[in-house]
Write a protein that binds this ligand. Structure first.
Ligand SMILES: CC(=O)N[C@H]1[C@@H](OP(=O)(O)OP(=O)(O)OC[C@H]2O[C@@H](n3ccc(=O)[nH]c3=O)[C@H](O)[C@@H]2O)O[C@H](CO)[C@@H](O)[C@@H]1O[C@H](C)C(=O)N[C@@H](C)C(=O)N[C@H](CCC(=O)O)C(=O)O
Ligand SMILES: Nc1ncnc2c1ncn2[C@@H]1O[C@H](COP(=O)(O)OP(=O)(O)OP(=O)(O)O)[C@@H](O)[C@H]1O
Ligand SMILES: N[C@H](CCC[C@H](N)C(=O)O)C(=O)O
Length: 540
């Protein structure tokens, strides 16, 4: 592509060279520069892309695009001073300053990759909890209905050709458009993706054309250094996604649903054609009025709720849920989900509503939901002498509370809760999870999660503050395998050992260094050492 074509519809200034060059790629990491690629130089939380211009040049970049936040913030408004350690630019090298970074960077990617999100039905899922589960449920439904589907989220990126472990829930904007382009090339018709509030705030979804946006729920989380300043700010960014969606599928039982809907209007979306509410209850007139008052320009198409037939169900080994979904036209759709917990019914409802927007047969959607297991989400990993071992990604107080409540409702025995908390993350999680586990589990086994750059003992001290406040019984075993073993060998038939916080993760991060750690393997080793037990090992 000619470099000039990159800038269609973008406000920019050419500082040096000519845009008559041929370019073959765009990247925003100098380490990924190949000959004739363009390096987008942006400022990050840790470092400034400006420092890597020399590196990009030495790898054969055709030119650089300096985002306005780098350009405006530098003390020297002089392209020459930015040529890094090389101190010069090669012949024919171009330097462009790009304005309106938030909008322009998405447009730049679309100009280069040909608007891949328009070629796909893109479903974005946002909310504090449930994003991963909903994306996997949605993918299963789409594929059952014959649509090849890519997936982007916390666990992995699946571009319909390969599956790669994720670094972020929502990848950086340049990377994201590349992935969407690859999906199109690999024959995908749909993409389901998790959209984190960080992702929205940092412009990672700039230029993405969402067909459906799903809101699961919101509660205080991700507030702290490098994340959001306040809960209000967190809500605001989440709501922003709905200004980019054709249809908004909203959990109307969440008390903040009106704020999210309000966001649609506040953000001035023109293209939203409908809001679809779902929940466990028939909407009250009061809520309906409140929502429609904020959105005079939108149709609220229908609501979807659960009848009064919610029941627990067992498939022989693991518990699930059975219920009946009352559709807006009164149709009743029976649902069986192989995952326990009311929260998974909410997740399923979001998917059923989206399936209806897409015009899929309800019976096919319902059938597709029957056999779903998401890695590290209420995953029954083993049964040992009649005691169940569950792995769940609950790493904040709200999700831990949901999980413990759910397990309590299915199992009559004791609950052993094994968890730690991540370092360099909101401290409030620690005391909060300590209090929840202290209140709801019979015994808490405090251990290590990913301490990152913090002292693991100090993190465990914080958790103990929560446990002590709840007057709980607990034991501290920093080594995660030993902690798991303690739970497993002390549990008897009917008891549950919950390993919370690491879910699908297969590593432990200590001082930025990741060593392999997969709880499924640890359980396997323990059971082998104890010489008993059944590994459930569902392939998911
Ligand atoms: C604080 C933060 O959000 N950081 C994210 C951000 O990195 P950054 O912009 O700060 O990058 P940086 O390291 O300062 O580098 C600045 C620039 O220099 C470039 N560079 C750097 C080194 C080099 O040799 N050459 C070079 O060109 C970098 O590629 C970048 O363009 O952009 C990167 C690429 O998009 C992300 O991987 C990275 O996420 C880090 C790993 C992270 O932990 N982020 C968390 C807070 C996060 O985003 N979490 C949410 C999920 C939250 C949830 O819901 O659970 C998520 O979506 O993942
Ligand atoms: N709808 C829901 N409401 C509340 N809790 C949920 C819901 N769905 C899942 N959970 C709980 O939260 C944990 C994380 O679920 P999931 O990974 O689907 O959400 P997420 O939004 O992707 O989370 P995160 O942002 O933390 O990665 C699950 O392991 C489960 O304990
Ligand atoms: N998306 C979450 C994951 C936390 C998982 C937990 N195991 C940890 O490492 O803190 C976060 O980055 O805050």
């Amino acid at each position: 592509m000619r470099a000039e074509c990159l800038f269609s519809g973008i406000r920019y200034e050419l500082i040096k060279g000519s845009l008559d060059a041929d370019i073959c790629d765009i990247v925003d990491d100098s380490r990924q520069v190949s000959p004739n690629a363009v390096f987008v130089c942006r400022r990050g939380a840790v470092t400034n892309g400006r420092k890597y211009i020399g590196d990009a040049i030495s790898r054969g970049a055709a030119g650089i695009i300096i985002t306005d936040e780098v350009w405006d913030s530098e003390d020297v408004y002089d392209a020459d001073s930015m040529s890094g350690s090389l101190g010069y630019y090669p012949d024919d090298f171009f330097v462009v300053v790009m304005h309106d970074k938030r909008y322009s960077i998405g447009r730049l990617c679309n100009n280069f990759w040909g608007y891949p999100s328009r070629e796909l039905t893109v479903i974005g899922v946002t909310g504090t909890k449930g994003k991963t589960t909903v994306t996997y449920m949605m993918k299963k439904v789409l594929e059952t209905c014959g649509c090849k589907t890519g997936l982007i989220g916390t666990i992995e990126v699946d571009d319909c050709s390969s599956q790669v472990q994720s670094v972020n829930t929502t990848p950086g904007v340049v990377q994201l458009h590349r992935i969407l382009h690859n999906m199109v090339s690999n024959g995908a018709r749909c993409c389901v993706m998790e959209v984190s509030s960080q992702g929205i705030m940092l412009g990672r979804v700039s230029g993405v054309d969402f067909d459906i946006g799903i809101f699961t729920n919101i509660s205080p989380d991700h507030i702290g250094k490098n994340e959001h300043k306040t809960f209000e700010e967190y809500i605001r960014w989440k709501s922003t996604m709905f200004s980019m969606c054709r249809y908004a599928v909203i959990n109307m039982d969440d008390v903040y649903a009106p704020c999210i809907c309000n966001g649609i209007q506040v953000n001035g979306a023109k293209k939203c054609s409908g809001v679809i509410g779902y929940g466990m209850n028939i909407w009250s007139k009061e809520l309906y009025d409140k929502i429609s008052e904020h959105m005079p320009v939108y149709d609220i198409h229908f609501s979807l709720y659960i009848g009064d037939q919610l029941a627990m169900a067992y498939n022989g080994i693991t518990p699930g849920t059975e219920c009946e979904c009352v559709m807006p036209d009164g149709d009743r759709v029976p649902i069986h989900i192989d995952m326990p917990g009311l929260f998974n019914v909410y997740n399923a409802l979001a998917v059923i509503a989206a399936g209806d927007v897409l015009g899929f047969p309800r019976s096919t959607v319902s059938k597709a939901l029957e056999d779903i297991c998401v890695r590290g989400r209420m995953e029954c990993a083993a049964v040992y002498r009649g005691a169940y071992v569950y792995i769940d990604y609950a790493h904040n107080p709200v999700s831990l509370e949901n999980v413990l409540k759910t397990l309590r409702s299915y199992f009559g025995g004791k609950i052993f809760c094994v968890f730690g908390c991540g370092g360099n993350r909101a401290k409030s999680r620690r005391i909060g999870m300590g209090m929840v586990s202290g209140k709801m589990a019979d015994l808490t086994i405090v251990t290590n999660d990913n301490p990152r750059f913090e002292d693991p003992e100090a993190i465990m001290d914080d958790i103990e503050d929560g446990l002590n406040a709840a007057g709980a019984e607990y034991i501290r075993i920093p080594d995660r395998k030993k902690a798991i073993r303690y739970g497993i060998v002390h549990a008897v038939a009917g008891d549950v050992v919950l390993l919370a916080g690491k879910g699908h993760e297969t590593y432990q991060d200590v001082m930025g260094h990741r060593t392999h750690m997969d709880e499924r393997e640890l359980i396997g080793q323990i059971l082998e050492e104890e010489d008993a037990g059944v590994i459930c090992g569902r392939d998911n």
